[in-house]
Ligand binder design. Sequence first.
Ligand SMILES: [Zn+2]
Length: 462
Amino acid sequence: MQIGFHGAARTVTGSRYLLSLDHYRLLVDCGLFQGGFEMHQRNWRPTPFRPSSVNDVVFTHAHIDHTGYFPRFAGDGFTGRALATPPTKALLGVLLPDSGGLQEEEARWANKKGFSRHQPAKALYTEDDAMRSLQLLHRLEFDQETPLHKGLKVKLHRAGHILGAAFAEIRYRDGDAGWKTVVFSGDLGRRGVPILQDPAPLPACDVLVCESTYGDRLHEPTDPKEQLRRELEDAFRRGGFTVIPAFAVGRTQEVLYHLFELFEEGRLPKVPVYVDSPMANSVVELYCRYRSEHDVEMNELEEASGSPLQTPYFTVVRKRDESKKLNFERGPGIVISASGMATGGRVLHHLLHRLRDERNTVLFVGYQAEGTLGRRLLEGETDVTIMGEGLAVKAAVRQIPALSAHADANELIAWMKTAPAPPKTVYLTHGEPAAQDAFAERLRSELGLKVHVPEPDDVVEV
Ligand SMILES: [Zn+2]
């Protein structure tokens, strides 16, 4: 079998891995490249394989950097099945049309402000394209081995990263050598994080294609809830508004969970909290609906007092004019809005409005990829351009590093050790070069593993 690394190679976005077995082709994830101009341009390059030549797609989870290219891929000729766990399928029903809407909005802005290289600027795909692509989705239940092709089976295991997230175990018949196993980690979550069940153990495998986002870092041992409390207390003291750019899927729900507990425990003043992202609000509903995915603590809270994610503490903002009205709200108060890396979405309007005032705070609660506005703000840039408008950054820019949906280097190693035997070969993907090289070295020296770090579009025989 061959594996082609056509995305998330030497970078953290655009996950696309093509498996070829005889004439059968399976694409694992179909992600959008995100961050900076160069990444943006990569989405416009045709894939090195024809979409119509791919039989099936399997999604590990719903995040756009793993799924957001799919509407374009379907528009370019893919007509096979796209398989996902039931919660992932439900999430994609929200995320992909939203992504199409964002693509259209970006193109409109670019035309209005004249900052596109295309004249007129075009959308990579539209909301309608995304809606059409949803028709190709099929459910694949967790923990059920399913044959996709003669001599190839797939099983999805819980990865604990976001609702519905899985790692994919693919077993295939390797001629006379018998059955072999390759596992794609997708994005691996952390143990003991609120709401969702912990990641399942790694099965025995010949090849592990493993993410390495935090390959050179360890999360702070500090309790993220306590960090959130301290940062918000400081922010409230400054008197302004706090903007929390948060991924609509996963991070928003985790922040809400912590805020609920802090308010209930009386450890934080009850200030108004606005969840200003129609998508995040739809996703909150899905997080509540899929109770089979909840961990013990979440179930207990739900039984005691209803869902901690839907309480009177939190105001759901849906309409655009309600969102704009928040500009006139005086602090202290919190607005949680997407996108998490400030690459698009309503959070840009909040940043445009709030960054100029030193009383305000921008609190990042997730990973900020190279080239994104979030990363530039965190690195202390004081002059930024948002939606074509230049401004001087005066607001406090803070981060909660302990909040992460990704396992760190030690946690990835601990997960690898849950396998009955170590994987024979590891391919590291979904990481920036420094993180990948450091992690590869650790795996070689500490675990004695054979490790490769593929370059974009490398194809290997396994
Ligand atoms: Zn993810």
